[in-house]
Design a protein around this ligand. Structure first.
Ligand code: 1OR
Length: 304
């Protein structure tokens, strides 16, 4: 049975100050700050929490060809990549892959690459689960490692706050109805709230799509340009509706613009592409199937 961060009572109280602290130069601190800044886990940390994270991170230098995480092992560290490139491999039970097709060291199939500013190793620590993938360095790398206890202590507060915030909202979103509560909790962990005022665009027709969105409150319109370049409203969207899935499913550019409408601010929850693939796998098929229903079979006009 999976245990979530809230349920783990072994996590020490942050106020005991039992966290490790590795001295760093101002330059190093700045580099780590840059590296963790794009990462959802570290957004919205207060100053003290950020200071704790930075202090607890340990520099790790590795050469090329090192297995830094092995699938199935217990989770000990979370890593942020400062420099270098690593590859992510996943091996399914009993899977045999032709070495010529990239089964490096019997690690399975390459599913992703990590470079500067990326991070990995959070899943096993967040969910008390075995490592979900193997991570192999392909160049010399400088990584920042945060130990399991510090990771959980610092990020616990933040995560449980987010889960509470999104729990009831996600349970009312129809497309997510088939998911288990724990699966919705994992989605809550990675959602990021953003607001838009009337007339602002959340996504723009023709752009590359990197995120999926759920509407938390307010309303929006989906707009497509016709052949003469005139904007046509093709759909209205409100609380609980989703958009932005098409570009992620079809790997095409955004098929429409979605714009905030009305005097109430539009609030959306964004989910990045990697998380979309990882967490909405079961829902993705339903979404792909419902594309025709949502947007009309004939021309596909209005798809977002
Ligand atoms: P971990 O603690 O389980 C392995 O240790 C890490 O690989 C994992 O945390 C993630 O940070 C990272 N599926 C699972 N883990 C992934 C994936 C992934 N990509 C990176 N990691 N993918 C799903 C493939 C079906 C790839 C998504 C693009």
């Amino acid at each position: 049975l999976e245990s979530t961060m809230e349920e783990d009572e072994t996590t020490p109280n942050p106020s005991t100050g039992a966290m490790p602290s590795f001295p760093k130069t101002d330059e190093q601190l700045e580099r780590i700050r840059q590296a963790i800044q794009p990462n959802f886990l570290f957004r919205n940390l207060d100053e003290d929490q950020e200071a704790d994270v930075l202090a607890a991170m340990k520099e790790v230098n590795i050469g090329p060809g090192e297995l830094i995480i092995e699938q199935g092992a217990a989770g000990d560290y979370f890593y942020v990549v400062e420099s270098g490139t690593l590859e992510v491999y996943i091996k399914k039970d009993g899977q045999v892959i032709d070495p010529e097709k990239g089964d490096k060291q019997g690690l399975g199939k390459k599913v992703a690459t990590c470079t500067e500013g990326n991070s990995f190793g959070e899943l096993a620590l967040m969910h008390n689960a075995p490592r979900a993938a193997s991570i192999l360095s392909v160049t010399p790398c400088t990584l920042w490692a945060l130990d399991r206890v510090s990771f959980r202590t610092i990020l616990l507060d933040h995560t449980s706050r987010k889960r509470r915030l999104y729990e009831s909202f996600l349970s009312e979103v129809q497309i997510l109805a088939s998911l288990q509560p724990q699966e919705r909790a994992k989605i809550a962990d990675v959602l990021e709230s953003r607001t838009f005022i009337e007339g602002e665009d959340v996504i723009t027709q023709g752009d590359a799509g990197e995120e999926f969105f759920l509407i938390e409150s307010g309303t929006a319109v989906a707009i497509k340009k016709d052949l003469e370049g005139r904007e046509q409203v093709v759909k209205r969207l409100a609380k609980g509706d989703y958009f932005g899935e098409l570009a992620l499913i079809n790997r095409q550019t955004r098929a429409a613009t979605v714009r905030a409408e009305g005097s109430e601010k539009l609030r959306v929850a964004a989910l990045g592409e990697q998380a979309f693939t990882r967490l909405l796998g079961p829902v993705k098929d339903i979404m792909a199937r419902s594309v025709s229903e949502r947007y009309g079979v004939s021309s596909g006009r209005g798809s977002v």
